[in-house]
Each structure stands twice: as C-alpha cells, then as structure tokens.
Design a protein around this ligand. Structure first.
Ligand code: ADP
Length: 610
C-alpha cells in the first residue's frame, strides 16, 4: 500500500519518466552505433585480409616458385621457401595461410603447428572454387573452440593459368572482443547516465514537488480555517504564479469569511436585541433559529433541537404548511402567562425563498400585541359605555319633552316636575361630558400640573364646607384631622381639590343617613403625604375592588345613576393622583365602610414645585 502510494507521488513519476526516456534513447543510439561499428570493424578486417591475400597471390604469381613446382612432386626447398614466405609475409596475428597447388594439395602453411597439413589435400569448397578461377571467395566459420574465423581462398595465376591458390583462415576474435568492450563501455555508460539522471531527477523533481507539497499543506490549513499561513513564492514561473494566486485566494477567502462572520454577528445581535420574537425553520418546518425574545414569549429557556414550529408555537400545522408552500400567513396566538393575564401575540409567517431551491423554510415573527388588544378592547368598551351613558338621559329628556308637548304643559305642577327632570338629566350629561373631557385631557397628556403652596388643613376644611348641604341633608358627621406639620405643601391645588371632591362625594353618596366620614392627612413612614377618606357606608364587595378604578365601572349601576354618578369619578381621581406621582388605593368591606387612601410625594416648602 505504501509502495503504491509512493508510486503515486509526482516525484517518482517524473523520475521514472525521465529514466525511461533516457533508457529508450540510449538503447536506440546503442543499437544503431554498435551495429554500425560492428559492420565497419568487420569490413575493415575483411578488406585488410583481402588486400594482404591479393598481395600474397601477386607475389606468388610473380615469383618462379610455382614454375619450379609445376611437376607433381615439388622439391622440399621450394616448399620451405614458400613456408618462410607465408610465415613472414602475413602479419595478421593468428592467421593461418596455406599455399596450395593447382590440385588443392597443401604446399606450405604459415603455422608451424599445422605443418602436418603439408602434402594433404584441402577439400574445402572455397579452394575448389578458387582453383576454378573465382577470385572473391570468402566465408565465416565457427571452429571447435567457438571462435569465429574469416576464411578466404584466392587463385594464384601464372602466365594466365591457375597454378595454385592460397587459403587464409583469420580469427575474428579480436574484432568481436573490441565489440564486446564497446558494448561494456556502453552498458556502464548507460548505468552511470541513469544513476546521474536519478540523482538529478530527484533534485529537479523536488523543485516541482516541494512547492506542491507546501501548497497542499497550505490548502489543508485553509480548509481548517487557518488563514494566517502563507505559501512562499520563489520565482515567477508557473509554480510561483500558482503560489501567488493561492495566497491571493487565501486573503480573499479570509476577507469573505470575515465579512460573512461579521454579517452573522450583526444578524445575531439584531436578532437577540429585537423586540419581536423571531423563529426560522427549515423546509420541513423544523425550528433552526430562534431569538431570546421568541423563547421568552413562548415561556421557554431553550427550544428542543429540530422541534416543529407548530409544536413550539402550539398551533395547527396547517398555516405553517401553507407558508412552506410559498404563501404568507398571519394569526393570533393567545397564551396564559398566569391565571390573570392572557398574552396575545401576532404571528406573521413568511416563506424564505432561495433563488434555486424555491421555498427553503419559513420565518415566524412574533409581536406582543397584548397591550394593543387591551387598548382596542378598552376603546370598544369605552365607546359602548359613553353611548349608553348618553343615551339614557337623552331618552329621558326626549320622553319628558314629548310629554310636555303632549299636554303636560297645561298642568303647571306636572310641567314643573318634568322640566326639573329634564334639567337634572341635562346637568348629568354636562357632568358626564365634562368628566370625559377631563379624562381625554389626561389621556393626551395635555393636563399640566400647576403646583402651589397649600395649607392642607384649610384645603380639607373647605372640601367639607362645599359638601355641608349634602352632609346636613343626610345627617352625616364629617371630621378633618391634619398633622400640624403639613402646613405648607406644594400640590396642584385644583387637581387635588377635584380628587377630594370626587372621593368625598362618593363617601356621602354611598353612606347611609347618620353615618360618619373622616378625612385624615399625615406624613407616613415613607415620608409620603397620606390622605385618607373613611366612611361608614355600604362598602364595596371584594370581587369588585379590583376593577373599581376602571372607567364606567360601578358596583350598582342603578344606585349610582340615581345618585347622579357618572362612573368616572374614581378613574379621574386616579389619573390626577398618578400625574402627581402618587398612588390611590381603596379598601372596603361591604356594609362596614370604605377607606380610600391617596399617597402623594411631599414637596416641602422652599423646594421647587413639581
Ligand atoms: P360614580 O360616579 O358611580 O360614583 P365612581 O368612579 O366615583 O363612580 O365610583 C365607582 C363605583 O365605586 C361607584 O359606582 C360605587 O359603586 C363604588 N364606590 C365608590 N366610592 C364608594 C364608597 N365610598 N362606598 C361605596 N362604594 C363606592
């Protein structure tokens, strides 16, 4: 496996490629060179042998040695002479020369070891062809020692007659040895060249592969998110350019990722600081992103991974599936925070579209519309209440006016009574409208407080004085107790006067004849001015206490109306007290009495008025 991997390395491939190329080139050159060399050497050897043989035949032809050996039994002297001649004449090392007469019988031989041939007949084909006059007779033979020999037979002419022939056998061993040496030189040269090429190949291929290795390392580093490392650039060649391009790419990638990261952070911080809840889903409607506000709205710390949006919101799947089909949807979600308050959220479902994938998910935006819903509800109720409150006196006025028109005018005592009713109903309507205007001024924030130094006991005495008639009528005893320290306090006298008027008038209205009313003012432990109006009246049932400050809320509508109440007195009182930065509370027990406590921050004499 390791070897296989090694073979896959570019360096090894390059080296093998170069080695193979060199091997093929050397082989081709070698084959061509050696074969040319061999041919040339053999040719030279053969030509040399032929030349010398020709020379010898010429010498022999010109000599009279053959004329004396014309007869069959040539003399021993002549043969010896021939032997000396051939022995000394030929300088081809190791060559054997036989001189033959016209019948093919050996007359002399150059080799002393071959002397026994003398007198015998040479029967070779070459000799008989030479004796027939063929001049170019040659062949290569391999003798018993496995030596290659060149054999040449040439005729000897004398006076136009063939008088004999020479027969030369020359060993070609030297030629082949030379060839062998050249071959060896070639092989060793090739091996040296291959060795050197391998070393050079390793070094040169290294110059290509090492930058590639560095690039690979860098690519891995980039893939792992390390953008600080750089590829060294060593030149302007292709690899240098690649390295530069890679560094450039790394920079851009890092920049793009940084921008991406920044965008993500921005988005995350926008999401987490949004006042609306946001939930995003994948294409299957499973929640993948949620912000803190959304989780807060749903009353959970964490959303389970991959939870379905319908389950997270506790709604039907239908609108979500519809949104995933590409439609927008909106719905109201009601959730009970605790028993008392119900939270209302508006959920807007919008599909997320991707250019190539169509709808890739949905976004649910949760808006807390509890306050809006409450306000809307209050507004509707208010309009209904106002219409109702105005309708009753108007109907009464209308019917009394009709009665007057129908003849009651003719009866003065009846007419007086009717006119009285019309007047009191009209006054009630005026009171109502005045109260409403008052409230509307508070609602729009147009009611400016005008602080002034006030003697509290004097102010409270005046309130009681204003109601002295009603108090006497109902034989109610009213008393005022004020801590003497509270002589000069800064308050909006008109505003607080109205609060006290409303509260005292209520106390009188809802106290039976002969009851008592106490008005107390003191500075409490928290340094707040506490004004209490206590009565011994009919009281308010516990269940109504929580809503008693609501506009138009009355415990007993008929009784309140009979008393000329509008149902707005307490709510106006609360608005004024709140504007002072104070609080108003009511404590009551049915048929025992009621205590209304107004707490106001005291601005002492000498300090800035509020
Ligand atoms: P109204 O004009 O009807 O008096 P208020 O807003 O002043 O309207 O009071 C609201 C309701 O609170 C009254 O209808 C009455 O039922 C109840 N209420 C207020 N003050 C007293 C009190 N001192 N004793 C008994 N019930 C009271």
């Amino acid at each position: 496996m390791k070897g296989f991997r090694l073979f896959r390395s570019i360096q090894i491939k390059l080296i093998l490629m170069v080695l193979l190329l060199i091997l093929i080139a050397v082989q081709l050159i070698g084959v061509y060179f050696i074969s040319t060399m061999k041919t040339s050497l053999i040719n030279t050897f053969t030509t040399n042998l032929n030349n010398q043989s020709n020379l010898l035949t010429s010498v022999l032809s010109a000599s009279n040695l053959f004329s004396s050996t014309k007869d069959e039994n040539g003399t021993g002297d002549t043969n010896e002479l021939l032997s000396t001649l051939v022995g000394s004449f030929f300088n081809i090392s190791g060559a054997e020369i036989q001189v033959l007469d016209s019948s093919g019988k050996v007359l002399a031989t150059s080799k002393s070891s071959q002397q026994f041939y003398v007198g015998r007949k040479n029967t070779s084909l070459l000799v008989s062809r030479a004796l027939q006059g063929v001049r170019d007779n040659e062949e290569e033979i391999i003798d018993e020692d496995n030596t290659r020999n060149k054999v040449i037979a040439k005729p000897i002419n004398s006076n136009g007659r063939i008088v004999g022939a020479i027969y030369v056998v020359a060993s070609m061993q030297e030629v082949y040895q030379t060839m062998e040496r050249i071959n060896q030189i070639f092989v060793s040269g090739t091996l040296i060249a291959l060795g050197l090429t391998t070393i050079l190949g390793v070094l040169l291929a290294g110059t290509i592969t090492s930058p590639i290795k560095v690039l690979t390392k860098q690519a891995t580093a980039v893939a792992e998110g390390r953008f600080t490392e750089r590829v060294p650039v060593f030149g302007k060649d292709e690899i240098g350019q690649l390295s530069m391009a890679f560094n450039d790419m790394t920079d851009r990638l890092s920049e793009a990722l940084a921008i991406n990261e920044e965008e993500k952070e921005k988005l995350a911080s926008i999401l987490s600081n949004m006042s609306d809840g946001v939930l995003a889903t994948d294409e299957y409607g499973r929640v993948i992103v949620s912000n803190r506000r959304a989780r807060g709205m749903l009353g959970v710390d964490e959303l389970k991974e991959g939870i379905e949006l319908s389950i997270a919101l506790g709604i039907e799947k239908e609108p979500i599936n519809d949104t995933l089909q590409g439609n927008e949807n909106a719905l109201l979600l009601r959730r009970d925070e605790d028993e008392e308050e119900e939270l209302v959220f508006r959920v807007t479902l919008t599909p997320i579209r991707r250019r190539d994938r169509g709808v890739a998910g949905a976004i649910a935006v949760l808006q807390d519309v509890t306050e809006m819903e409450k306000l809307e509800h209050a507004r509707r109720e208010f309009v209904a209440n106002v219409s109702h409150e105005l309708r009753t006196p108007l109907t009464t006025i209308k019917s009394y006016a009709e009665a007057l028109g129908d003849g009651a005018l003719e009866e003065p005592p009846l007419a007086d009574r009717f006119v009285g009713v019309i007047r009191s109903e009209t006054e009630r309507m005026i009171r109502l409208v005045t109260d409403l205007l008052h409230l509307s001024r508070f609602d729009s924030g147009r009611n400016q407080l005008r602080g002034q130094k006030t003697d509290l006991s004097e102010m409270l005495e005046e309130v009681v004085d204003r109601f002295s008639f009603q108090l006497r009528q109902k034989a109610i005893t009213a008393s005022v107790k004020v801590e003497h320290k509270l002589k000069g306090v800064w308050i909006d006298r008109d505003g607080i006067d109205q609060v006290l008027d409303n509260l005292v008038s209520n106390a009188i209205k809802y106290t039976l004849d002969g009851g008592t009313i106490e008005i107390l003012a003191r500075r409490n432990e928290a340094s707040l001015l506490a004004i209490m109006i206590k009565d011994t009246g009919i009281g308010i049932p516990k269940k109504d206490l929580a809503r008693i400050f609501e506009r138009f809320y009355r415990v007993d509508k008929a009784r309140s109306r009979n008393m000329g109440g509008t149902g707005l007195g307490l709510s106006i009182a609360r608005e004024i007290v709140r504007a002072h930065g104070g609080t108003i509370t009511i404590d009551s027990e049915a048929n025992v009495g009621t205590v209304v406590t107004v707490l106001l921050p005291i601005v002492l004499e000498g300090s800035e008025p509020r």
